[in-house]
Design a protein around this ligand. Structure first.
Ligand SMILES: [Zn+2]
Length: 285
């Protein structure tokens, strides 16, 4: 009898795979919408990370206005966020003001927010030992993998230097073994990140005077902890006065934000076609 009840209960219980896929809850109905907002995409939560901040000014910039890398990255990140929202894409910022966020915490914020992709915005700087450092210019997009060239190692060292502002609390994040293990976790997104970087680089070429320095790879701490496709964009050289002026211009920033948002939209569409609504990172809720 007991067995029969158990069997019948088992027959009545839905099979485990019949559980409906977890989806993000539908947006709450709004009573009156004056201007209809962009139709929210079913998929795609983008984490926008403005490089540096607070006591970490980032790389020097050749601007009369005294802007630092941290100022440009924040302005651009906020514009990118607006451009993404216009395309119906959800946005999470790692910072929205001039504060220092530890490199490892940026990825953690992205994971906790259930991000689908991570975009870190930076401004490049020429090595002062180069023959003509002021002449270097152009844009490049990185994904996380072992640095392959001397130049990629230079950018890697420069962007990882932010660790020194973080104090002893974050010493563990520079532990080499921990770094390698985290790197392996991020490895599963390597192909996705590389494709995303390629789209961003191609779209940037539509507005950026260049040169196009290509898609590159390096071991950035900021990308290691983000368990999702993750890229780092170096939008230009602050050490070149022409490019520093370009990056400081509101109009130029809006154009850069627009094409990076277009690239993200294009990537998310492709990504969704491949993996469906569940996403690589699993359920959001
Ligand atoms: Zn930077």
């Amino acid at each position: 009898m007991i067995l029969a009840i158990l069997v019948s209960a088992a027959l009545q219980a839905p099979p485990p795979q019949a559980r409906p896929p977890q989806r993000r809850p539908a947006p709450k109905p709004v009573a009156r919408v004056v201007a209809p907002a962009a139709k929210p995409k079913a998929f795609g939560r983008v984490v926008v990370d403005a490089g540096h901040g607070g006591v970490d000014p980032g790389a020097p910039m050749q601007t009369k206005a005294g802007l630092r890398e941290k100022d440009i990255t924040l302005q651009l990140a906020l514009r990118l966020g607006e451009a993404l929202k216009l395309r119906g894409i959800e946005v999470v910022f790692t910072r929205k003001k001039d504060t220092l966020i530890a490199l490892a915490d940026r990825g953690r914020i992205a994971n906790q927010a259930g991000g689908d992709v991570f975009i870190s915005i930076h401004v490049n700087a020429a090595n002062k030992h180069w023959r003509n450092p002021g002449a270097a210019r152009g844009f490049e997009t990185y994904f996380l993998a072992e640095a392959k060239t001397e130049d990629a190692r230079r950018v890697e060292a420069m962007e990882n230097e932010a660790l020194r502002f973080e104090g002893p609390r974050h010493i563990d994040s520079s532990d080499p073994l921990g770094f390698i293990l985290k790197d392996m976790e991020q490895n599963q997104y390597l192909r996705e990140s590389s494709e995303f970087a390629g789209i961003v680089q191609r779209r940037l070429a539509q507005v950026h005077p260049g040169p196009d320095r290509g898609v590159k790879q390096a071991g950035f701490h900021v990308l290691v902890t983000a368990l999702m496709p993750a890229i780092l964009v170096e939008v230009g050289f602050g050490t070149n006065s022409g490019e520093a002026a370009y990056l400081s211009s509101t109009v130029r920033q809006q154009a850069l934000a627009r094409v990076i948002a277009d690239a993200t939209n294009e990537y998310l569409d492709r990504y969704q076609r491949r993996v469906g609504n569940s996403g690589l990172t699993g359920s959001h809720d």
